[in-house]
Ligand binder design. Structure first.
Ligand SMILES: *Cc1c(COP(=O)(O)O)cnc(C)c1O
Length: 464
């Protein structure tokens, strides 16, 4: 044992080796020195712990191994991935992919300077959200529009601007929690307004809101129960009823619709998702929604509604802290431009293109890809199966989207090991494990990624 330990080369010797000198050229000297030290520490610990005498690698092999280890640990944590989970709005995988025109707009805005807060016509200072104000007004029919970092931020600043120090009335059936620690009562508390809960979990009527209205009431709020449904013996006040009530008591009605479809998704089998323009037409004063859910754009929170309220929100100090950057605005403007017609949006907004892909297309692709995967030595089987998936991202919990998967099983090792190797591979692939098989769901894989999907399997390393 001590002999083996004594034969481990020194840090300096290893640093002189060709493989590690090559690594120094790619990462910093400091990273390599620390990497070599911790690799050797681990090795010594392993050798101490090993009961049997272990063969020590030759110095050249050892240097090669350390170099690979350092490069692997220096890979970026944020890497592109193929989403084969079938969940179209997978928050863990970045929700909606961007349209080609949006990607180009981001690149153009990022590369140099942009007219972010300058009116090029007059040379005067302007407001950054004006980049998307007009298209948002046109698409929703609202008087005014504003954009912040995400819908959580939109809710926070809206409540702060309209309700701080006073009460906002919300139904007990709509006090939502969305993944990633978004809880409406906590956001309300942070905004400085007081939550006034009315009704019950399953039944809330307009009269319940009305009874709660008093001198301290600042607003009425409706929240779309994006990630759950209350079913059975239920009742809720419609937006129209709240608008009538708001009008009677001169109170603004805030409507958090969540995923923010700009089109009715009923024709694609997605029912019950509020459409932003419908809510404006129904008279809601402020409508809030995410940019990266059903809209299919970049992460942001969109606020549309009456000019009076939007101006108050824009002028609130929190708006400065929650503002979006030029890349988000560029991506959003380009995405909104695709909504000039339903056809155009369906074709060019990736989320809608994936959602509307006919099942026969998915089946044809699966039948073409399955034999290619079955030929990969690491796999025992690969076959197309019919399945269902969900939109995800806290949207439309109950609606099943028909899909086709390729179900694969490994020749050796477990399903979890195979899933792990694919996740850390190049490109990274994330699938879903189901009944002892790894399912690659084509609903969330654009056809342009088919080749890369097969590549990922062909490049599977020797093992975990
Ligand atoms: C998703 C969602 C939010 C949070 O939106 P983010 O853009 O994720 O911050 C808030 N309210 C509702 C109703 C939602 O569906």
């Amino acid at each position: 044992m001590s002999n083996v330990l004594r034969n481990i080369p020194s840090v300096n010797e290893l640093l002189e080796s060709a493989p590690l000198r090559r690594v120094v050229d790619r990462v910093s000297h400091h990273v390599v020195v620390t990497g070599v030290r911790s690799f050797l520490d681990n090795l010594r610990r392993e050798l101490h712990a090993a009961s049997a005498e272990r063969r020590i690698l030759k110095p050249a092999e050892l240097a090669e191994r350390i170099a690979e280890w350092i490069l692997a640990s220096e890979r970026p944590r944020l890497r592109p991935a193929i989403n084969a989970t079938g969940i179209l709005l997978h928050t863990g995988l970045g929700r909606a992919p961007l349209a080609e025109s949006a990607i180009q707009a981001v690149a153009d805005a990022a590369r140099g300077y942009a007219s972010l807060e300058i009116d090029l016509e007059t040379g005067d200072r302007s407001q950054r959200a004006l980049a998307v104000e007009r298209p948002l007004r046109n698409l929703t029919g609202s008087e005014s529009a504003f954009v912040v970092n995400n819908n959580a931020a939109a809710t926070l600043v809206t409540l702060a601007a309209l309700g701080a120090g006073r009460e906002v009335v919300v139904s007990r059936g709509e006090l939502i929690e969305i993944g990633g620690s978004y809880r409406l009562p906590e956001v309300m508390e942070q905004s400085g307004c007081r939550l006034r809960e009315v009704g019950t979990t399953n039944k809330t009527r307009a009269a319940d809101y009305e009874r709660a209205i008093g001198p301290d009431t600042a607003a009425l709020m409706k929240v779309h129960t994006s990630n759950y449904r209350v079913v059975g013996f239920t009742e809720e006040a419609s937006i129209e009823e709240l608008v009538t009530l708001g009008g009677k008591h001169a109170l603004p009605v805030i409507d958090d619709i969540g995923s923010g479809a700009l089109l009715d998704l009923g024709p694609y089998g997605i029912d019950g998702e509020p459409v932003a323009g419908d809510r404006i037409r129904s008279g809601a004063d402020v409508v809030l929604f995410s940019g990266d859910k059903l809209l299919g754009g970049p992460q942001c929170g969109i606020i549309v509604g009456r000019k009076k309220w939007i101006t108050a929100i824009m002028n609130h100090p929190l708006s400065r802290a929650l503002r979006v950057d030029k890349m988000t605005l560029a991506a959003l403007a380009a995405t909104l431009a695709l909504y000039r017609s339903r056809d155009c949006a369906e074709q060019h907004v990736p989320l809608l293109a994936l959602l509307t892909t006919p099942i026969e297309n998915l089946r044809n692709r699966a039948e073409r890809l399955a034999p290619q995967l079955a030929a990969v030595p690491e796999l025992a089987t690969a076959e197309p199966i019919d399945d269902v998936t969900y939109l995800g991202g806290g949207s439309v919990p109950a609606q099943r989207v028909p899909t086709i998967c390729i179900a694969v099983t490994p020749r050796r090792g477990t399903i979890d090991q195979l899933a792990h190797r694919l996740r850390v591979g190049e490109p990274a692939v994330v699938g879903r494990i189901q009944q002892d098989r790894l399912c690659l769901d084509l609903r969330s894989v654009p056809p342009s990624d088919d080749r890369r999907l097969v590549d990922a399997f062909e490049h599977l390393g020797a093992g975990p």
